[in-house]
Design a protein around this ligand. Structure first.
Ligand SMILES: [Zn+2]
Length: 384
């Protein structure tokens, strides 16, 4: 069996805060004297129902984690570690998504907040060899004029090199906000050549996918999995060449599907959709990029040739430069050309194994401390 960590891939759906290692979150919380809900540090992935209450719980935990990132050093660390973890799993291109709004107060404004992320992304690209672009994401929970401000900021840093902005997104609860009200922000981004990569079609169904297609003209959809529920909408997604950033672990954690097996990965791929697997928020869902490819293999029965096609699809859907894309695509061909019986271990495997062991060790400590302190015991027991 070929080693999936050695398969070159592009990671197109990863949120800044959601990428954090739990060990890092525990350390930052400790440093800043913040008490975290115990569930954020325990060994179980988040599991909530796909309703507004479930989303509220998810958002509350996410906000608690975000509140631990206070200033430039923390921000740089989050980016650096996200890239290191991607490198260990064979990602050759990461497009990390950030809404700089929450960090702006700690660093003197939106512009420095974004520039810190970009600079850290550039440095991490040099250090790891993973080519890192940034997606600036607006929130559905804020005024559409805020989205326009962020789009204009994103445009100033547009480019396809490491540490440049490649896309403009829209995140948060799909049930909130009027999609059409964000059209002008996306128009600003598109005019400057940024990819339009809004979320859509995860919590809401095919009608929402159409709404997003209609008003925001996406190049890629964050999730879009629910388009599988209507062949007409799925055909439209395929015909318009809209790639889908499919994040199975996220779908299951957020209650959209009961299990990995229920994620319609095969339906999407067989319809001809360009799929890029992503991790979304590994901090909460406890599965990084590699785990999504492993699930495609073990749960959905994808052969190595099909897994290579998924990796190619992610690379083609990325906004990496032509040179990076060609290099990664050649790597996919080389991976598939290997004799599976003699497949060598991934170059990144030792680092990944160390990181995992370290995370396991520190997690226990942090969770124990938190339980002992009885902090927020009532807060967010989302596992029941
Ligand atoms: Zn997302």
């Amino acid at each position: 069996m070929r080693d999936l960590a050695a398969l070159p891939k592009a990671h197109l759906h990863l949120h800044f805060t959601g990428s954090m290692r739990r060990t890092t979150l525990a350390e930052l919380a400790d440093r800043h004297g913040i008490r975290l809900p115990a569930v954020l540090l325990d060994a179980d992935p988040l599991h909530v129902p796909a309703d507004e209450r479930g989303w509220f719980r998810f958002q509350r935990l996410y906000d608690a984690a975000r509140a631990c990132v206070r200033g430039e050093d923390d921000m740089r660390r989050v980016v650096t570690e996200a890239v290191e973890d991607d490198a260990a799993e064979g990602s050759g291109r990461l497009e990390i998504q950030v809404d700089p709004t929450s960090y702006a107060p700690f660093v003197g404004g939106l512009t420095p907040a974004l520039e810190i992320v970009l600079d850290a992304a550039r440095e991490a690209s040099l250090a790891t060899g993973v080519d890192v672009g940034v997606v600036v994401a607006a929130s559905r929970m804020r005024h559409p004029l805020d989205a326009r401000t962020l789009a204009r900021l994103a445009v100033r840093h547009a480019g396809d090199g490491p540490g440049e902005v490649v896309g403009f997104g829209l995140s948060n609860d799909e049930r909130r906000g009027d999609t059409s009200a964000f059209a002008s922000a996306f128009a600003i981004a598109r005019r400057a050549g940024l990819a339009a990569v809004p979320h859509g079609g995860e919590l809401l169904g095919p009608a929402h996918v159409e709404d997003v297609l209609e008003h925001l003209h996406p190049d890629r959809l964050g999730h879009g999995v629910r388009s599988a529920e209507d062949p007409r909408v799925l055909d439209r997604v395929v015909d318009e060449g809209v790639a889908l950033e499919v994040c199975p672990a996220s779908n299951v954690s957020l209650g959209v599907y009961r299990s990995d097996a229920d994620v319609p990965l095969r339906t999407l791929v067989e319809a001809g959709a360009r799929v890029a697997l992503g991790a979304d928020d590994p901090l909460l869902f406890h599965a990084r990029l590699l785990a999504q490819y492993e699930a495609a293999r073990t749960v959905h029965g994808f052969s190595d040739a099909e897994l290579a096609a998924l990796a190619r699809s992610s690379i083609v859907a990325s906004r990496a430069s032509d040179g990076v894309r060609s290099r990664l695509l050649a790597g996919v061909d080389a991976w598939l050309a290997q004799d599976p019986a003699a497949a060598p271990t991934a170059a990144g495997a030792p680092a990944g194994a160390d990181a995992a062991a370290g995370a396991g060790a520190a997690e226990g400590t942090a969770a124990d401390v938190d339980r002992a302190s009885d902090a927020d015991a009532d807060a967010v027991d989302v596992r029941g």
